[in-house]
Design a protein around this ligand. Structure first.
Ligand code: SF4
Length: 333
């Protein structure tokens, strides 16, 4: 069913692309090498920034051979402004392979070049080699998730599924198809704010749009709600020493802590205290748990043998008390 919908979506997409595609320097006089340079530059850098650097890079290193014979410093210098220099090193290494063995003719060959992942291999194969190989990144996931009103969240499995769907409908115009998908995601079916459905070639097909729910796709991975634990924390003081104990299994296991207990009891455990000197509340957020704590600074007459009793200096120097208890460590002076 999705294949049928996607089949119907190909002709309007190609028609739209031919009219609306942006003029970008890497779309002129393309060679497999220049396509590889462009795709590597575009991996982590905005189109506008790549536009500035691509032309001068290609002028300086017009072929894989020219790039292969350059020194690394020269290459890095020419990459300046694009960041993520490992891409430049990978491109340089790829150029050396290409200069020696020729440009690969298959997706697997392109994929084997340094710095090339599935997406870049698909892009270069379809754009420069005429192979029906899809390039699925977050943009393509977004537009297809909206087209299909797909409830699945983005994942490697979903990208694989979309790659299969695209492979099944690939038209002979392989470069235009891949670039049209990218272009639609870049200028119409945009990620933030509202997609420009009025200008979209898919607005009569797109299930998310027809349901008025464009913004709900792709479905975001739900953040797991944090469990809230409410605790009483006791800073017990006796003759200049403070009670601490070692945590058992679970969160912060093996670290030192002030005595504490879930605050679901009718009244806090007295722990032999003469009186409460101070109280304060504090919160600490872990990835999956949130502690809401009420701390009590208590003076006791005896040192309860269930705890280790340490001076303030010893606690500072010897015992690792996690920052979750920082609000109460301030009482230890
Ligand atoms: S109709 Fe709207 S939501 Fe659907 S693909 Fe087009 S721009 Fe995206």
């Amino acid at each position: 069913m999705e294949t049928e919908l996607l089949k119907k979506a190909v002709p309007p997409l190609l028609g739209w692309y031919r009219i609306h595609k942006r003029e970008l320097p890497w779309r002129e006089g393309r060679t497999p090498y220049s396509a590889l340079v462009a795709e590597l530059m575009l991996q982590q850098t905005r189109v506008e920034a790549v536009k500035e650097r691509f032309t001068s890079f290609l002028r300086r290193f017009p072929t894989a051979e020219a790039l292969a014979s350059a020194g690394e410093d020269e290459v890095l210098k020419e990459w300046e402004g694009l960041g993520y220099y490992s891409r430049a090193r990978n491109l340089h290494a790829a150029a050396k392979i290409i200069a020696k063995e020729g440009f690969p003719r298959t997706w697997y060959g392109v994929r084997a070049l340094p710095g090339v992942g599935d997406y870049t291999a698909g892009a270069v194969s379809s754009i420069a080699l005429g192979l029906p190989e899809p390039a699925v990144d977050g943009n393509v996931v977004r537009i297809l998730a909206r087209l299909f009103a797909d409830e699945e969240t983005d994942s490697p499995a979903l990208r694989k599924k979309y790659a299969e769907s695209l492979r099944a409908v690939f038209p002979p115009e392989t470069a235009d198809f891949t670039e049209a998908l990218m272009e639609l995601g870049a200028i119409v079916c945009v990620p933030n704010g509202s997609p420009l459905c009025g200008e979209c070639p898919w607005n009569k097909l797109c299930r998310a749009h027809l349901a008025g729910e464009e913004e709900n796709y792709p479905v975001r991975a739900e953040k797991r709600a944090r469990r809230v634990e409410i605790l009483n924390v006791y800073v017990l003081r006796c003759g200049g020493k403070y009670a601490i104990g070692k945590r058992g299994k679970g969160l912060l296991a093996g670290l030192w802590e002030f005595p504490n207990e879930p605050a679901d009891r009718a009244a806090p455990t007295p722990l032999g205290a003469k009186g409460v000197l101070a109280t304060k509340t504090a919160k600490h957020i872990f990835t999956h748990v949130e502690w809401r704590m009420t701390g009590y600074l208590l003076e006791t007459e005896e040192t309860d043998p269930r705890f280790v009793w340490a001076t303030a200096d010893e606690i500072r120097e010897k015992y690792a008390i996690p920052s979750a208890f920082r609000a109460f460590t301030e009482w230890v002076k």
